[in-house]
Write a protein that binds this ligand. Structure first.
Ligand code: DC
Length: 238
C-alpha cells in the first residue's frame, strides 16, 4: 500500500500518547517522526541549566532571547529512534523529567521561543513525508497538512499512563503530582495568546481512552484508505 508523501499533524492534550502513536505510524508507514514538544523541552532545559529560570518560576526572557538563535537543537536517528541533541550532547533523558515538565508550558508560551521552534521544524521537514506531534501543528506550524489528527483521552487514564512511563524509566513519581502537572499544562497550553492548543476544524478526533495501540493503527489505516482511495489493506506489524 502506498501512502503519498504527505505531512501528518498530530495534536492534542498532554500525555494522550501522541508521540507513541506518531512513532508507531512512522515505523509502520515510513515517515520521518518529529516531536515538537521535545524542542520546547530542550529550550526549557537550556534555560534551567543556565540560570534563566528562578526558583519561583520566573523566566529571564532577555537572557533567553539573547541566546535562542544560537541554540543548536536537532534530532538524530540512531537505529530508527529519534533523540534530541543540544550540540553534541544527547538530552533525551533530561528533557523528560518532571522538573522540565513543570517549566515547559510557560517557556513555550513565549513568542520568540515559538518562532525559533517553528523555524527549526520547517527546516527539518523540508523533504516532506513527515509525522509531527505537538499542540499547534495542524493550526499554526503546518496549517496545510494533508492529514490532521487531534488526540484526547480521560485525564485519569492519561495521568496513569505518564506515571507508569516514569516509573518504568526509574524516575520518581507521584500519581497526584503527575495529574496536577498535566492538567496545569493543558490549561496553560489552551489559554496562551500565541497559537494555543485547539482542534483544527479539519482534524479527525481520536479519543484513545479505551483504545489499544493496535486499534489506533487500524484507525489511521482506515483513515488513509478512505482519504487516498486505497483498496488493499496491508498486514500491520504493530
Ligand atoms: O508534548 P510534550 O508534553 O512533550 O510538550 C511539552 C510542552 O511543550 C507542552 O506542555 C506544550 C508545549 N508544546 C507547544 O506549546 N507546542 C507544540 N507544538 C508542542 C509542545
Amino acid at each position: 500500500m502506498s501512502i503519498p508523501d504527505i505531512i501528518i499533524a498530530v495534536d492534542g492534550y498532554s500525555s494522550t500518547g501522541k508521540s507513541t502513536f506518531a512513532k508507531m505510524v512512522s515505523a509502520e508507514f515510513g515517515f520521518l517522526y518529529l516531536d515538537s514538544g521535545a524542542m520546547y523541552r530542550g529550550v526549557t532545559l537550556y534555560a534551567m541549566e543556565n540560570g534563566m529560570i528562578a526558583a519561583d518560576g520566573k523566566i529571564d526572557e532577555e537572557a533567553l532571547r539573547a541566546d535562542i538563535d544560537s541554540l543548536d537543537l536537532h534530532f538524530r536517528n540512531p537505529e530508527g529512534s529519534t533523540l534530541l541533541y543540544l550540540g553534541d550532547r544527547c538530552i533525551e533523558g533530561e528533557i523528560r523529567t518532571l522538573a522540565v515538565s513543570s517549566h515547559v508550558s510557560p517557556v513555550s508560551a513565549i513568542p520568540f521561543v515559538r518562532n525559533y521552534v517553528d523555524a527549526r521544524l520547517h527546516a527539518f521537514s523540508a523533504d516532506g513525508r513527515v509525522i509531527m506531534d505537538g499542540r499547534d501543528i495542524g493550526t499554526t506550524v503546518f496549517p496545510n497538512a494533508e492529514v490532521k489528527i487531534f488526540m484526547t483521552a480521560d485525564p485519569d487514564v492519561r495521568a496513569q499512563r505518564r506515571y507508569d512511563e516514569m516509573i518504568a524509566k526509574g524516575q520518581e513519581a507521584d500519581l497526584e503530582e503527575v495529574k496536577k502537572n498535566l492538567l496545569e499544562r493543558d490549561y496553560i497550553d489552551s489559554h496562551r495568546e500565541v497559537s494555543p492548543l485547539s482542534r483544527a476544524e479539519d482534524a479527525y478526533v481520536m479519543d484513545n481512552t479505551h483504545m489499544t495501540l493496535h486499534e489506533e493503527l487500524v484507525w489511521i489505516l482506515g483513515l488513509f484508505q478512505g482519504r487516498f482511495s486505497i483498496l488493499e489493506a496491508p498486514a500491520l506489524t504493530h
